[in-house]
Design a protein around this ligand. Structure first.
Ligand code: AMP
Length: 440
């Protein structure tokens, strides 16, 4: 089995990894690190939760230590672009942790906060810059940031970048960089549009992919509760009082909905925050910090705000509303069961969400163990409204691996499970069997 030493990483990195408690590289790390160390461009298909941050961060840190050079004034040697502020902060935290014995400089830049400290940090130049594209482009346009010196560019969560309309900004940014740079490109999915962009940006890339979607779905204990829409909040508060719940993420479909749910929980004496795109940066950071430190262990989030949130020990994921796209169901349940741990995912389904439920079950190729808590009237109404024909499936790319499970395969977990049985068992030794992976 590969270990980090045999990958040839510099000693200060190995020391930092030992402190992090990492013993075995994850499959994406074992595949990507040697290729990046060789200087190859890389096309990686991997989601958060696979260890992809370290897969690019470790060889980059090694490269910086190996080829020492001053950081270019107003710029950086390594640029990492991320679609959200939260993910940018997280990547930066990881870089600092892995590089703690290396004496490198780094900073993170995103919108929603004052620009002046960012301009100051940039003026001196940094080894590593983690940024969201919009704010970085602002700095480029005012002349505060210069990108000519970028040796390595990382694009993380490229499919999210596309969804969030960042491509025009990214094109402008990459147009300013040297063609001699090394480019690492990561995306959870590879629809045609993303493949085209990758083709434009990468030179003869090595490809690596790990597709943990199906295995994530298998590792998480899933339950479904049919319930009247008006009863969801009461049921949620009741379930959150269960002492087996350590840290729970609750997904709502809209920002308003997230606010309403969080308010209701607080009124019920449950310490919860909402996190979504309309909250200020300060509010988002406080909510995340209190979620992490356990002061407010319930976080009510919309899908956009939750992307890439990497908090260990999320024991439960509640889907207060089913998502508009079935793929989001899989991403949501993947917020628990991170880094090899397992978790419990509970979805509420109101009578008017049954079509969405069918789409989810088709995607994950299993029927989620369900219980029915609807009022008799709602049940009768839902049964009467059952469509004769199968509803069309939601559009959008099918996460890889989700189809790898045979139709009708027996689902794990379910109603009979003791409360909290899933817990947050964190297993830091990655097993290859957790992933289906391939490299070319
Ligand atoms: P990521 O996909 O980069 O968001 O990483 C997911 C989680 O896995 C993070 O909490 C990392 O700290 C953790 N992690 C990454 N690599 C390893 C490893 N080799 N061993 C154990 N945990 C890891």
């Amino acid at each position: 089995m590969t270990d980090f030493t045999s990958l040839g990483l510099a000693e200060p990195l190995l020391r930092a990894l030992a402190q992090e408690g990492y013993t075995t590289p994850t499959p994406i790390q074992a595949q990507a690190i040697p290729l990046v160390l060789e200087g190859r461009d890389l096309l990686g298909i991997a989601q958060t939760g696979t260890g992809k941050t370290a897969a690019f961060a470790l060889p980059i840190l090694h490269h910086l230590a190996d080829r020492k050079a001053p950081a270019p004034r107003g710029g950086c040697r390594v640029l990492i672009l991320s679609p959200t502020r939260e993910l940018a902060s997280q990547i930066h935290d990881n870089i600092r942790a892995y590089g703690r014995f290396m004496g490198l400089s780094s900073t993170v830049i995103f919108g929603g906060v004052g620009a002046r400290p960012q301009v100051q940090a940039l003026s001196r130049g940094v080894d590593i810059l983690v940024a969201t594209p919009g704010r970085l482009l602002d700095h480029v346009q005012t002349g505060a940031a210069r990108l000519q010196g970028v040796e390595v560019l990382v694009l993380d969560e490229a499919d999210q970048m596309l969804d969030r309309g960042f491509w025009p900004a990214i094109r402008k940014l990459t147009g300013l960089m040297s063609k001699n740079r090394q480019t690492l490109f990561f995306s959870a999915t590879m629809p045609e549009e993303i493949a085209k962009i990758a083709n434009e940006l990468l030179k003869d890339p090595a490809r690596v992919s790990v597709t943990p979607v199906a295995s994530t779905a298998e590792r998480v204990e899933q339950r479904l509760i049919h319930i009247d829409a008006s009863q969801k909040r009461v049921l949620l508060a009741e379930m959150l009082r269960d002492s087996a719940i350590g840290r729970a993420l609750v997904f709502a479909r809209t920002k308003h909905g997230a606010d309403r749910v969080a308010k209701h929980l607080v009124a019920e004496g449950i310490n919860a925050h909402a996190i979504h795109g309309d909250r200020s940066q300060g509010q988002r950071e406080r909510a995340l910090a209190e979620f992490r430190n356990g002061r407010a262990p319930i976080l009510v989030a919309t899908d956009i705000a939750s992307r890439g949130i990497d908090v260990d020990g999320v024991t439960h994921v509640f889907q207060f509303d089913l998502p508009d796209t079935p793929e989001a169901y899989v991403h949501r349940i993947g917020r628990t069961a991170r880094a090899g741990a397992s978790g419990e995912a509970i979805a509420f389904c109101a009578p008017d969400e049954v079509v969405k439920l069918k789409a989810v079950e088709k995607l994950i190729a299993m029927k989620i163990p369900a219980e029915d808590r609807r009022s008799p009237a709602a049940r009768a109404e839902a049964e009467a409204a059952q469509p004769k024909k199968q509803p069309p499936r939601g559009r959008g790319p099918r996460p890889q691996g989700a189809s790898g499970r045979p139709q009708g395969a027996a689902p794990r977990g379910g109603r009979g499970m003791p409360p909290g049985a899933a817990g947050a068992r964190k297993d830091r030794n990655w097993r290859d069997s957790d992933f289906r992976n391939s490299s070319r």
